[in-house]
Ligand binder design. Structure first.
Ligand SMILES: [Zn+2]
Length: 72
């Protein structure tokens, strides 16, 4: 049995060794970033733009308790 798993890169279809690269199953960091960009684009499409009424809920946040949001 071979320990090498050759799979086509999901982005450019170029065969690469799955475990040979830290970016596997992608052949390169570039292709990994391309795939990552696709996800980000989808997220951008489905997310609605911020409107002022979105911030009305902020009054309900617990600003003192252990679950209070922390800002850098
Ligand atoms: Zn690739």
């Amino acid at each position: 049995m071979s320990e090498k798993a050759v799979v086509p890169c999901p982005i450019c279809k170029q065969p690469s060794e799955f475990f040979a690269e830290p970016v596997g199953p992608f052949c390169s960091n570039r292709c990994k970033m391309v795939d990552f960009g696709k996800w980000m684009n989808e997220e951008y499409v489905i997310s609605e733009p911020l409107r002022p009424d979105h911030f009305e809920d902020l009054d309900d946040l617990d600003m003192e308790g252990p679950n209070a949001p922390r800002y850098m």
